[in-house]
Design a protein around this ligand. Structure first.
Ligand SMILES: Nc1nc2c(c(=O)[nH]1)N[C@H]1C(S)=C(S)[C@@H](COP(=O)(O)O)O[C@H]1N2
Ligand SMILES: [Mo]
Length: 543
């Protein structure tokens, strides 16, 4: 067999397909790298993976999202982005292999992905317009060109016999060898340099994106929280039980749960930030700056925040000391009246810089409870993850109907005329926090030693307060647990019960009663639409 024929046979078969697939992946990588760089000039949120990720979050059916939050917790966003990259890689492989036969179709396929990314970016609620299409667009063009070039190196050029005709034998052989082979050197060179350039471009884009928001970081560093005109009472030493494994009464900011739809944490420059209050029945619409709020009378309150996606026994609950402006005072200043005093708006819709919308009952916000526009959390300006510069915190309402982070707009409206983000996705319009209790220690499937075992945890029924916690061992009687001192009715309460543990398997259950006398129901419900209910149980084996 002549060498050229051998070459041709080998290189038109699967190796060429494999190299085509590799070209596809390189083209995909180049697209994302270029997009990252362009996004650093536009805004990080306009990069295709972030935009498509955001769009998928919004389009994900509520049960799936709930499942993701449950299983991946705060890593849900990382898992989502990895998932998108895997899907992209698969398509890139296929497009690359396809391009070996149909060069233009392959390149056009890459462009199509660019269109998808661009459409996602432009249609995000926080999009700044068509400029958001640039990262996906420019990235896809770069990727399409690269695929076209790379695959070109792989394409066997079949010369007609005429081009060989007339040449002397050696020459003819050379031409043939060159024409039926593939440009090995050219391909390796182009592929290697494409990979290197993409890597560099991507790295530069990444670091530029990461260093964005320096103004926001600087503005946060400069914030000095004044001492509040209305301070919280000091937390009683008796509010915290010294039991290993129990949740501390105050959740440190670093341990505070985080639930939101933001793939990129918004970095807002406090000096440029404004809050607009407007809408139905707002007689004096107003715009506030961060300094305006900082120089008002500030209140400081301990409030326990709970997520509606928290399963019975779950981790999405935390307690912090918030400092900020009394929302009711601000609303009153704008001429807002609650429905019970003749106000025409019954829903307050808060909007964040990332396009989240959250609806709260105006009546609840103005009924005397300490609904806060919070500027500080546990003695420092809000961490970026928790809403810097300003967020809402309302005692007694789940986060998704009250706790808007990165807030920038407050609109008074009615429940009849507007459904915010989560309500559009099947969650409840109104969602007061359900009375719940959780066993923190012993942990599920723990193996404590026989003897006295401390059973302890937390219970919460924000704004109603916890009156009683009871613990049951197996099918025994409910035993009243010791309660730590109550801080306020807006905070959770620690509890404990010493248990004379005997060898063998045991089921420990807990239930709470709030100060209205309502007990924690044993009826198990899902988190959707208005929060999980049921008793928390833990199974342990005593050695
Ligand atoms: N902008 C914005 N605010 C938001 C959310 C969000 O997705 N985006 N999630 C809400 C939900 S569901 C909860 S439970 C709380 C969580 O606040 P945390 O992350 O500070 O604990 O924020 C609320 N505020
Ligand atoms: Mo939530």
């Amino acid at each position: 067999m002549r060498d050229e024929e051998k070459d041709q046979r080998v290189q038109t078969g699967w190796p060429r397909l494999a190299l085509g697939a590799l070209s596809g992946v390189l083209a995909g990588f180049a697209s994302l790298a270029v997009a990252e760089l362009v996004a650093s000039a536009v805004r990080p949120q306009s990069s295709p993976v972030i935009a498509v990720g955001g769009a998928s979050i919004d389009a994900t059916p509520a049960p799936v999202k709930d499942w993701a939050i449950r299983h991946f917790g705060t890593n849900d966003k990382l898992v989502l982005q990895l998932g998108i990259l895997v899907v992209l890689a698969v398509f890139a492989l296929l497009l690359g292999a396809l391009a070996v036969r149909f060069r233009q179709v392959g390149a056009a396929g890459v462009l199509l992905f660019g269109v998808v990314g661009a459409a996602a970016a432009v249609s995000r609620p926080d999009s700044t317009g068509f400029i958001d299409a640039l990262p996906s667009g420019v990235g896809a063009i770069a990727g399409a060109l690269l695929l076209y070039v790379l695959v070109g190196r792989l394409t066997v050029v079949r010369r007609t016999p005429e081009s060989v005709a007339g040449a002397v034998t050696e020459e003819a052989d050379e031409i043939l060898a060159a024409s039926v082979g593939w440009d090995r050197r050219g391909f390796v060179l182009a592929a290697a340099s494409a990979a290197a350039v993409s890597g560099a471009v991507g790295a530069v884009g990444r670091s530029l994106n990461a260093s964005r928001g320096q103004d926001a970081v600087a503005s946060r560093k400069k914030v000095v929280l004044p001492s509040p005109g209305s301070p919280a009472q000091p937390v009683s030493r008796r509010a915290g039980l010294r039991i290993p494994g129990i949740s501390p009464f105050v959740t440190p900011n670093n341990d505070f749960y985080r639930v939101d739809t933001a793939l990129v944490v918004p970095k807002v420059d406090a000096t440029a930030w404004r809050l607009r209050v407007h809408g139905k029945g707002v007689h004096r619409p107003a715009v506030y700056s961060f300094d305006d709020l900082l120089h008002r009378e500030l209140i400081e309150r301990d409030i326990t925040l709970t997520c509606v996606s928290n399963e019975v026994g779950g981790p999405y609950v935390g307690n912090a000391r918030w400092i900020g402006v009394r929302l009711a005072d601000l609303l009153a200043e704008c001429g807002v009246r609650p429905p019970s005093r003749g106000g025409s708006a019954d829903q307050l819709v808060s909007r964040s810089v990332d396009g989240m919308t959250i609806g709260s009952p105006v009546e609840d916000l103005m009924d005397g409870r300490d609904a806060i526009l919070a500027l500080g959390m546990n003695g420092e300006p809000l961490p970026f993850e928790h809403g810097f510069p300003v967020r809402m915190v309302v005692p007694g309402l789940y986060g998704f109907v009250s706790a808007c982070k990165w807030i920038e707009d407050i609109e008074l409206t009615t429940f009849d005329s507007y459904d915010p983000y989560w309500v559009k996705r099947g969650w409840a319009r109104r969602a007061p926090i359900k009375t719940e209790s959780r066993i923190d220690t012993p942990k599920p499937f723990a193996r404590p030693k026989a003897g006295t075992v401390m059973v302890a945890g937390v219970a919460w029924a924000q704004h109603r307060g916890i009156d009683k916690v009871e613990v049951r061992i197996d099918d025994g009687p409910w035993q009243v647990a010791h309660l730590a001192a109550e801080d306020t009715r807006d905070t959770w309460r620690q509890w404990s019960l010493p248990w004379r543990a005997t060898k063998g398997g045991h089921t420990l259950s807990v239930r709470a009663t709030d100060r209205t006398g309502a007990g924690q129901t044993d009826k198990r419900t899902r988190t959707i639409p208005d929060g999980a209910s049921g008793w928390h149980s833990v199974v342990v084996t005593v050695d």
